[in-house]
Design a protein around this ligand. Structure first.
Ligand code: NAD
Length: 359
């Protein structure tokens, strides 16, 4: 039975970059036997404009019925004055939590052709291929109680709660072990077990899982050291697994090692490998409609979808290889352009990936 993909282009450059990713999906359907049905829905500012809500009920129903979701990006200055519950970003948070997407996968891969774009020396980053697995629906971003209160002496105090249940740690741990087993078999769990009891439990649960995954070599690292090691010698890592807040910070740091926000995809998975796939960047209103956005992060998000939700690792590799080919050909959107390479538009980049896929 064919699988259903819900496509949510969103705002800003979202529709432009998603159009290129859909070309790739269509090519895989027609030329490579991928059996999927593609539906479209509204989210973010585009949804607010048409329905008054950033996540319409119809979109949520379609997302729940789909096998996976491909999202462009949401947000833009036109919506910044809206009440918080109506803002585009709220639609995104709501769909993540409604679909229970607890596992956020953010690869940091440096294409050798782009080594000069990294902030670090080429020898430190060339060949970099890290997968950060971040817990996405728990921890301090969701813990209760939270708030700002006024103390008896009139001073105000802000507070949040860092809390993880064993079951929450176990499910993100299992996802990370499984991913590490499919890669190079090295998993580094990042915590602050020397100070925080909640991550002492985190470490205990990870150690408890390890015997079930004999092909994976589990290590532990404190988060402060992990931040330092990511910049000092990032190639020591294969898969990293960590809490929501630590993962938020470390994954942004790792993504910058690769030099370009327009190149990096992400996946957010539920317990049954249903996922939402999106580039890590936002809606880039400053370049929307100009035909200059880099569509490769969105196209690489399709590759992640093929690997993690559609069980098509060979097609995933094909898409990734096609991206490698266009970079070898020296084609660059302005965000990754250097003097010796050829500047192309969003559509030209998408067409070049298609041509490489067909070869
Ligand atoms: P942004 O990621 O949209 O843009 C940051 C910079 O990167 C800009 O200079 C932009 O032109 C550039 N850029 C981003 N994607 C690019 C691409 N594919 N090709 C070339 N250049 C690219 O971040 P921002 O400017 O802080 O936010 C803009 C809007 O996006 C805001 O409304 C924000 O809330 C929203 N946002 C949405 C998401 C999401 O949908 N997941 C994520 C982050 C920000």
């Amino acid at each position: 039975m064919s699988k259903k993909i819900l496509v949510l282009p969103g705002d800003g450059i979202g529709p432009e970059i998603v159009a290129e990713a859909i070309k790739v999906l269509d090519c895989l359907r027609h030329d490579h036997g991928l059996d999927v049905e593609v539906e479209r829905g509204l989210i973010g500012g585009a949804a607010y404009d048409q329905t008054g809500k950033p996540l319409p009920d119809e979109t949520l129903a379609l997302a729940k019925a789909a096998d996976s979701v491909l999202l462009g990006a949401v947000g833009g200055p036109a919506y910044d004055g809206l009440d918080r519950p109506l803002r585009p970003e709220r639609g995104l948070l709501a769909i993540r939590s409604e679909l229970e997407l607890f596992g956020n996968l953010r690869p940091a891969i440096l294409y050798p052709q782009l080594a000069a774009a990294s902030a670090l020396k080429p020898e430190v980053v060339s060949g970099l291929d890290i997968m950060i697995v971040r817990e996405l629906t728990g921890g301090i971003y969701f813990g209760e109680p939270r708030g700002i209160r006024t103390l008896e002496n009139g001073e105000r105090e802000g507070y949040n709660t860092l809390v993880y249940r064993e079951s929450e740690i176990e499910r993100i741990g299992r996802l990370a072990f499984e991913i590490a087993a499919r890669r190079n078999g090295r998993l580094c769990s990042v915590d602050k077990a020397n100070v925080l009891e909640v991550t002492e439990l985190w470490r205990e649960v990870m150690n408890g899982l390890a015997p079930e995954y004999p092909a994976v070599d589990l290590s532990h690292m404190y988060v402060d050291n992990a931040a330092m090691q990511l910049v000092r010698a990032p190639k020591q890592f294969d898969v990293m697994v960590t809490t929501n807040m630590f993962g938020d910070i470390l994954s942004d740091c790792a993504s910058m090692l690769t030099g370009s926000i327009g190149m990096l995809p992400s996946a957010s998975l539920d317990a049954r490998s249903k996922g939402m796939y999106e580039p890590i960047h936002g809606s880039a209103p400053n370049i929307a409609g100009k035909g200059v956005a880099n569509p490769l992060a969105t196209i690489l998000s399709v590759a992640m979808m093929l690997r993690y939700s559609l069980d098509q690792p060979d097609l995933a590799r094909r898409v990734e290889d096609a991206v490698g080919t266009v970079l070898d050909q020296g084609l660059r959107t302005p965000d990754i352009h250097t003097p010796e390479t050829r500047r192309v538009t969003t559509v030209e980049m998408g067409d070049a990936v298609l041509a490489a896929l067909r070869d």
